[in-house]
Write a protein that binds this ligand. Sequence first.
Ligand code: SAM
Length: 327
Amino acid sequence: MTDLFDSFRRRIEYIRVSVTDRCNLRCAYCTAESVPHLPHDEILSYEEIRRVVRAAVELGLRHVRLTGGEPLVRPNLSTLVRLLSQIEGVDDITLTTNAILLGKYAAELKAAGLRRVNISLDTFKADKFQQITGGYKLKDVLGGIETARQVGLNPVKINMVVLKGTNDDELLDFAQMSVSQGWHVRFIEHMPLVTAGVENGQLVAVGDMMAIIQRSLGVLEPCWPASGSGPAKYYQLPGAKGTIGFIGPVTDCFCSECNRFRLTADGRLRPCLLEDSEVDLKGPLRMGASTQELKKLMHQAAALKKRQHCLSEEVVPSKRQMWQIGG
Ligand code: SAM
């Protein structure tokens, strides 16, 4: 087996697989209005996803994260988890979800081989949650978090996209959960993709988030992550069992450590979240491509990986929004 490297000697070992472009929430900062969803036959089947992941594993990829849209709105997701967990060489299958449906599916996903979940949650206030998400219930998410912990999808990580004037007043409440509840909380800078609901100037930089937390809750000591292979930098507050991670795509470019591919729901392999280039796998798959041919296309995608994104020059991906890529 030959491992897969890009032109800058970064090893690719992680693939984020978007299983649908549909979502049950309408978060203003993620979803612009009026973009039609993909027809069902444009979406990769579970068998097609299994073939892509199997080829990727033969190139040394080990970690698969399922995302969307909202992955749990796709029927029978645990069937896909089971298929992937049977591929020899897959070490870690994880899920990124808004957790609205997690209470219902956590146990069967765990039984099928899911290891861990990252849960997106931007506020603890029920009315604000409805406002951000377009009318959904916070209690469903909190129930989903609890069920995930109970069935052993640990460590559960909570991801909060921090927006000035929207939820930055809750930074300390979220940080405090790492002490009082042992939560693993991650704060994410908002990325300026094509979104309708966010105004310029709502970015909160990681440096500012850290300063706010340290002023009120004590020194953030660097620490190792509880798990994972992502771009977050981790810290702990005094006395905390949980951790606090910071992800700063805008002010703290993490591209030098990028180790991943993204597969869109319609079967495009994206070497970079923040750049438009893609390699089509669905067409070749449906024309009968062999595993060897899929691996060749993966090498092509790796060669397209740029040294780093161009957010600082205000170049953003224009062809897809976040919910069409999977975060
Ligand atoms: N529906 C799932 C969820 O809510 O986790 C998976 C897909 S969602 C696109 C993945 C993550 O991207 C979420 O944590 C969401 O908050 C984050 N996200 C969406 N738009 C973003 C943006 N413009 N900047 C930073 N994060 C964003």
